[in-house]
Design a protein. Sequence first.
Lengths: 430, 132
Amino acid sequence: MSAPESRAEGSAQGSAQGSAQGSIEGLLRELAPQVLGAVTRRSGDFAAAEDAVQQALIAAAERWPSDGVPEDPRAWLVRVASRRVIDHVRAEAARRRREELVVSLVPAEDQLALAAGEDDGSDDSLVLLFLCCHPVLSPASAIALTLRAVGGLTTAEIARGFLVPEATMAQRISRAKQSIKASGVPFELPAAAHWGERLVAVLHVLYLMFNEGYTSSGPALMRVDLSEEALRLVRMLHRLVPDDGEVMGLLALMRLTDARREARTGPAGELIPLDEQDRGRWDRAAIDEGVALVTAALSRGSVGAYQLQAAIAAVHDEAPSAEATDWPQILALYGLLLQRSDNPMVALNQAIATAMVRGPAAGLDRLDALARDARLAEHHRLDAVRGHLLERAGDREAAQRHYRRAAERTTSVPERDYLRMKAARLDGER
Amino acid sequence: MKYMLMMNTPGGGPYQIARWPQQDIQAHIAFMKDLAKALQASGELVAAEGLAGPDQAKRVRAGSDGKPITDGVFPEAKEFLAGYWIVDVDRPERAYEIAARASAAPGPGGKPLNLAIEVREVMSAPPRDLLE
């Protein structure tokens, strides 16, 4: 399997030979969706192509650092992956039509790579993104499949990101591919009539991916990989669909949230809330980019939920201190956001903004109304916010009770530690 | 009567085809697909296989201990078997006709390659008196 490509193209470029391991990895991740798109288009079998591209990426990661990067790395990967698909086709030959592989001067193992399908080198990343974020998949499956097929991550890396065993993740990805196969979704961009709803699904998956990395339900507060990956994919999406305001909004939201990453955790990994963060550690370049994006998006007229969330994040990020935060503007933005979506978390945040503008009692009134929402009643964050507002209102005993309840309910270790610390601090001051 | 039609890759190395313009490679394969379909439709196709590139070929013989001794690759060889068809036809002329059609498969610029195709009869069971 290995001889032809190393002989045909293995002669590395002098300049490429010096490239570091990291840049090869970056190159592979960038090429992954393009190669998968090309191979899927040729073979007409997304599931087989996806497996084959994974194997080709692994082969490249093993060989390029020592053999050098091929002259045309994309073509190398397409060829190697196509061969794997042919192996797969052969294994299933009984179910395929005879003439799919024919006698010709093109060596059988190269027929898919050299012949079938139009390969104009076009970028199929967008088609793949729509496919992997298809509404037939559960969000968890869509995130996993997107990370592998579009992000070029290995199953092991994705499993680490989700803190599950590799076998579990392999199973999840395999089921996701079967669902796509069974649903018969074609490998093409959605029709204009469905474009909007399908894009919403894509953005939702990327948003959840980012949050999964950012809030984390495991021991480490931030799993950088998932957030960075979501950011990278949204950036790619923005490059492919530059005129969509919500794509800009989501990219802005992620940049503005990510800008606070360094300041969000203390030396021991403990959570530092927004109002106590050292704003000097915020990433100015990320904030500037996020603000520019959201400003551009909002000026386009149609205002969507991600743009509004980004606008809220921008108000926070632009405030020189917690005290100087423009809370009335944030409260107004949450109002607009609530008109758009009946999201209890948005309502919860609006209650905090209400407290900041009109005082803790007004915020607590809002919480009482929210507590009747079944989606929120048992959520730890309702208790955490109530504890916070009660503390501000001076009711230390009740605040402590709610902090403790929130600590019992959260599944995030750093968040639990933070809430316990808040409760304990009130103890000391009482 | 069954015939085996053997097509060889011409000299110039196994990957010379990779340097053809993409559209010529596609035309070549499309031509061969049409041939396969036509032979299937006429009921003449018995078997056909395209082979992997010769650079992956090994020459094998048994050593004194009966275990395989392999060598290869053979870049110096002039030509290699690229693939074969086995067809079941009424008369040898029909086998030659099919071979000529395959021989005229398009190459670079769509020009017929006029490859040499070796046609050999596939023998049926040996006469009864040889078996006894």
